[in-house]
Structures are given as C-alpha cells and as structure tokens.
Design a protein around this ligand. Structure first.
Ligand code: 5GP
Ligand code: ZN
Length: 115
C-alpha cells in the first residue's frame, strides 16, 4: 500500500468505487470518467507504478489482469462483439494514475490507432 496512491486507497476500500469484480490479486471497478458505455479498470492489489516497473516476478499477475478483463467482457456480454483493453505507460503513453491498470472498454466501436 502506497499512502499517496489513489488506486491503493480504492483497493483498500478507503476511497469509494463501484466494484464489479475482486479476488485475492486484483479488483475491477468503474472508471470515474467513462470513455465508453462500459469502462472498467482492472488493477492489481499490489502497487506496481506502471508497466515500466514490471518485473519477472509479475508475469503471472500481469496475465491474471488481462485474463480477468477477458472474463469480465464475456460475463457482461460484449466480448463477442468486441472490446478494447488499454494499458497506458508513463507520460507519453498517457498514464495519469501511477498504479498499473488495465482499461477495459466496451459497448461501442473503437478505431485504431488510438489517439
Ligand atoms: P490513465 O490515464 O492513468 O491510463 O487512467 C487513469 C484512469 O483513472 C482515468 O480513466 C480516470 O478517469 C480514472 N480515475 C482517476 N481517478 C479516479 C478515481 O478516483 N476513481 C475512479 N473510479 N477512477 C479514477
Ligand atoms: Zn498504488
């Protein structure tokens, strides 16, 4: 737990969020400023600042975050139509909250490349 990290506080329940899934390693909750009809954030309970801080020992956890996003998309019923997972890394990558998170966006058409 990093005391000045918003997402650590959300994981600890110290800041409110609308949780849609949780287990021993991660939680998923609604983004405060949704960019699609469904916009969730899947975060590890462990504080990892960004993909730039990911280590060998995080490989399984990183896979778990992506697999969890895929399971949620299936469960919510938009997986077949399609969806977007995004991990922004550091400043040029558009990252604003420095606790690693997977954006899961669904319910509309996405274009590539993203902005
Ligand atoms: P990033 O820009 O770092 O990839 O994504 C950060 C995301 O966190 C943004 O989409 C932003 O709307 C969301 N966010 C920032 N603060 C909060 C918060 O306090 N609660 C929730 N639920 N989402 C937040
Ligand atoms: Zn954190």
């Amino acid at each position: 737990m990093v005391s000045d990290c918003i997402f650590c506080k959300i994981a600890a329940g110290e800041i409110e969020s609308t949780r849609v899934y949780e287990d021993d390693r991660c939680i998923a909750f609604e983004d405060l400023n949704p960019q699609a009809p469904t916009h969730l954030l899947v975060i590890p309970r462990e504080h990892i600042s960004s993909m730039d801080e990911a280590e060998e020992g995080h490989k399984e956890l990183l896979g778990h975050l992506l697999f969890t996003a895929a399971e949620i998309a299936r469960e919510k019923g938009f997986a077949g139509r399609g969806y977007r997972t995004v991990i922004n890394t550091n400043s040029a990558g558009g990252q604003t909250v420095f606790h690693l998170h997977v954006h899961l966006l669904g319910g509309r058409q996405f274009v590539f490349p993203p902005g």
